[in-house]
Ligand binder design. Structure first.
Ligand code: HEC
Length: 203
């Protein structure tokens, strides 16, 4: 049986369309891109972005003492971010860049991460991450950095509130600090018992 030229073209067009959809939905929903970046930032590059900025060492400031349970609750508040970000020094880039030592760092200087033009402009504007700016960013990432590729908040079933945002920022201060243990060392909250709601900092 011979396949006509038109049928062959149709098959190619259909496969091309399927491939485009297979790439488009992960991009639309999660900001996944098939591209990498070979850009690296030296200490000198970072120093020049920090020139004239008199930033305190945010990691030297003392944080409230937390119980193991409170740490687990902060970990749970941060859960959705973990889908795309790692926090410790050895952490890889996922859909989003590794966030080790993010406070006091210029925006968009993680090696090999393919930042959007919006984040590249943010870096060039001299933006440096502080806990307050982090809080403002996660409250509304797309107003603060228009056109960025970070798909947060998720489209469905997610409560955002000041309490959650504060917990996330404090968790980041603990877990992205130099010498912090891996986020995996913080125990997850126990599974909710029957009839119990899962932990939600917003209710
Ligand atoms: C679905 C994936 C995804 C989720 C969930 C997500 N992020 Fe992101 N994040 C990204 C991507 C992608 C970028 C880079 C955006 C760009 O280049 O436009 C980014 C960028 C960032 C940056 C800038 C880092 C830098 O190098 O300047 C910070 C900080 C950040 N995210 C924190 C968070 C926090 C905190 C949460 C949870 C409240 C979170 N993200 C949730 C994907 C995600």
């Amino acid at each position: 049986m011979s396949v006509s030229a038109t049928a062959k073209i149709n098959i190619v067009v259909m496969l091309g369309g399927l491939l485009a959809l297979a790439l488009y939905f992960p991009y639309l929903w999660f900001g996944v891109t098939p591209f990498g970046s070979d850009q690296e930032f030296s200490k000198a590059d970072i120093q020049s972005l920090l020139a004239d900025k008199d930033m305190p060492d945010f990691y030297a400031q003392s944080l409230p003492e937390r119980t193991e349970l409170e740490m687990s609750e902060m970990k749970a508040a941060y859960n959705w971010c973990r889908f795309c970000h790692t926090l410790d020094q050895e952490g890889h880039n996922r859909v989003g860049p590794n966030l080790y030592r993010i406070f006091g760092s210029p925006a968009a200087v993680v090696d090999h991460f393919p930042y959007s033009d919006s984040f590249i402009e943010l870096r060039e504007s001299g933006f440096v991450w502080t806990p307050d700016l982090m809080q403002a960013f996660i409250e509304d990432p797309h107003t603060m950095v228009p056109g960025n590729r970070m798909r947060y908040p998720p489209m469905i079933l997610y409560d955002m509130c000041d309490k959650r945002n504060q917990m996330i920022v404090e968790y980041l201060l603990h877990m992205t600090a130099p010498g912090a243990p891996s986020d995996e060392t913080i125990s997850p909250l126990p599974e909710p018992q029957e009839g119990e709601q899962p932990f939600n900092p917003c209710v």
